[in-house]
Design a protein around this ligand. Structure first.
Ligand code: ZN
Length: 231
């Protein structure tokens, strides 16, 4: 039986990856991380999305266990706008100060340890280097190198799947439509949360979010380009 573990944060990208995995693999489990994010709203969003994805009859029977790992230690070793009460800005490195160094490396390493134990060959992550914030641990080269390191270090053959790596945010909406039709698009639009500030009050045509942070900028521009482009 083909089986996958999806890194699911409750955001647009990982929700699309969840649908992508449910479309392909016979058994799909999910994993999230609580690392002392400033806002816990995204952890609420992931519960809602997991509940509502069960309404898709073609996927309901495939969705398995969900787990949230406590990686509070990440908040202890990083000093960034995602974990501290700081203004979101561009740092001297050129990266947004939301960058938690090595965060994706740690997430994928923990996911691999869980996947190994659960017998899940495929690990699906929504990283993308097409229109993204420039985080170096989201790049294709990083993921490929990590896959080699994980497989050597665990003596296994896990596959890190990155369905969004070469598509932009407009194409990510198109992929959601293709996978789950208008119902999935609406679920992702209304229930996922991408905003760095965790703003769940402000409603926008592209979903909830402050509209000002870099994550909201990316989400809005992608949604607008997709809305204009779609037939
Ligand atoms: Zn925002």
């Amino acid at each position: 039986m083909s089986a996958a573990l999806v890194l699911f944060s409750g955001g647009q990208d990982s929700a699309t990856c969840l649908a992508w995995a449910l479309d392909r693999f016979e058994r799909v489990e999910t994993i999230g991380f609580d690392y002392g994010q400033r806002h816990l709203a995204e952890l609420d969003a992931r519960k809602t999305v997991l509940d509502r994805i069960l309404a898709f009859p073609q996927w309901a029977g495939r969705l398995g266990e969900d787990r949230v790992l406590n990686l509070g230690v990440l908040g202890e070793i990083s000093d960034t706008a995602l974990t501290q009460d700081m203004v979101i800005a561009t740092a001297a490195s050129g990266l947004p100060n939301t960058f938690v160094p090595g965060r994706n490396l740690l997430f994928l390493t923990f996911a691999a340890a869980v996947a190994y134990r659960r017998g899940l060959k495929h690990i699906v992550t929504g990283v993308c280097e097409t229109d993204y914030s420039g985080y170096p641990d989201c790049r294709d080269d990083t993921i490929k190198a990590l896959q080699v390191a994980l497989n050597l270090g665990m003596e296994t053959r896990l596959v890190l799947e990155t369905p969004l790596m070469w598509i932009d945010k407009a194409q990510t909406w198109a992929l959601a439509k293709q996978l789950g039709g208008p119902d999935l698009v609406e679920l992702i639009r209304a229930e996922t949360l991408t905003c760095y500030k965790g703003d769940v009050e402000t409603q926008n045509p592209w979903g909830r979010g402050c509209g000002d942070c870099p994550a909201c900028d990316l989400r809005r521009s992608g949604f607008n380009r997709w809305t204009v482009a779609k037939p």
